[in-house]
Design a protein around this ligand. Structure first.
Ligand code: SF4
Length: 357
């Protein structure tokens, strides 16, 4: 068996080796982080790219058991930002040279919703003279819809698998045809067919989840050959069914630490992809995102959602930056990125090198 340092030099990893990295402590944990940082600098460089996040609607037709804005949570006040508000946020991103935006919402598949997103894509492209890159995160749709949105200007799409273990997936979703694991896989494949740069991700520290599951999640990301990953700690939300299992959870700090190890390990496994420093990290540790940037992540998503809507878009509890406007949020991020020793890739789309290859 290879020693730990030898394992870190691998370019391919099996499940056993991944588990070893994920369970590393003390000196070995430090060596993992150092190696991931070195690989990141060598392959994708020191730049961090901004994706201005606009959570334009919290109306959702689904009922995922972990999600604070699930359809059955009647305590949430539902909103839909207007086109003017969305375009204002995009203009802020463009004028501040963010490079790109992410339009995120609950999942709807009505013709009205599909056309609305289509219209927004066209308006954003027109307003920014084609300069602003657009990522969509609007859930499972048909291949036809994905192709239409791709045609209208979106070029990246985020659709998290949340867990690549079909059994665990079933435990955290209602058991009905709207929430099938197979549909999620199909959607990810359809996104590739439609020509998107595809991003997915998982939650770390879920009830019923083992370290073997997490190692398999990493192997799944590799097998799916994704271009971007956004993953972070599972944080329980009081008004969700999964909250009943909170006693089975690891402490938040343990989930946080495991998330950092997942990010570092993923950087070794897939050196040229884009990895986001998820906001959920900051919900546990105030410098959580900077820590992720130093050990492998290279994407940040400053929140540009109009402040009055933010508190109604809480997928999990303790979400940070709920009351900071976009300008403050930007200043706070700039300082944080400097502290992490990274440089901001202003005005660049920051596409995944993996996709470009
Ligand atoms: S995770 Fe997404 S699809 Fe599921 S309930 Fe929440 S917003 Fe809707």
């Amino acid at each position: 068996m290879k020693n730990f340092i030898e394992t870190l030099q691998n370019t391919e990893f099996n499940q056993e080796e991944l588990i070893r990295l994920l369970l590393s402590e003390g000196e070995e944990r430090t060596q993992l982080f150092q190696r991931a940082q070195a690989v990141k600098l060598e392959i994708v460089g020191n730049k961090v790219f901004f994706r201005g996040l606009i959570e334009f609607s919290n109306i959702c037709s689904k009922d995922c058991l972990y999600c604070g804005i699930r359809k059955s949570n009647e305590k949430v006040i539902r909103y839909e930002a207007t086109d003017v508000e969305i375009l204002d946020a995009c203009r802020f991103a463009w004028q501040n040279r963010f490079g790109s935006v992410v339009l995120q919402s609950g999942e709807l598949s009505s013709p009205h919703f599909i056309q609305r997103v289509d219209g927004l894509l066209r308006k954003i492209k027109e307003m920014s003279k084609g300069e602003l890159g657009i990522t969509l995160s609007c859930g499972e749709q048909t291949l036809e819809t994905y192709c239409q949105w791709r045609e209208s200007g979106a070029h990246r799409y985020l659709l998290r698998i949340e867990s690549s273990n079909p059994e665990l997936y079933r435990k955290i979703h209602p058991d009905n045809d709207f929430h099938r694991f197979e549909n999620r896989i199909q959607a990810l494949n359809d996104l590739k067919t439609a020509g998107f740069q595809v991003g997915t991700g998982v939650m770390i520290g879920l009830p019923f989840q083992s370290v073997e599951d997490l190692a398999n999640d990493l192997l799944f990301l590799k097998r799916m050959d994704v271009d971007m990953v956004g993953m972070g700690p599972y944080i329980e939300h009081e008004n969700t069914p999964l909250y009943n299992f909170r006693k089975d959870l690891q402490s938040k700090m343990e989930r946080f630490d495991l998330s950092l190890k997942m990010i570092a390990t993923l950087r070794l496994l897939m050196p040229d992809i884009n990895i986001a420093a998820a906001t959920a990290l900051q919900a546990i540790d105030p410098s959580g995102r900077e820590k992720a940037l130093t050990i492998g992540a290279n994407i940040l998503m400053p929140n540009l959602t109009p402040c009055e809507y933010r508190k109604e878009y809480q997928l999990y509890e303790d979400k940070p930056c709920l009351d900071e406007d976009a300008e403050l949020c930007r200043n706070c991020l700039e300082a944080r990125i400097e502290l992490a020793g990274c440089e901001i890739g202003y005005g660049e789309w920051g596409d995944s090198k993996h996709y470009l290859k």
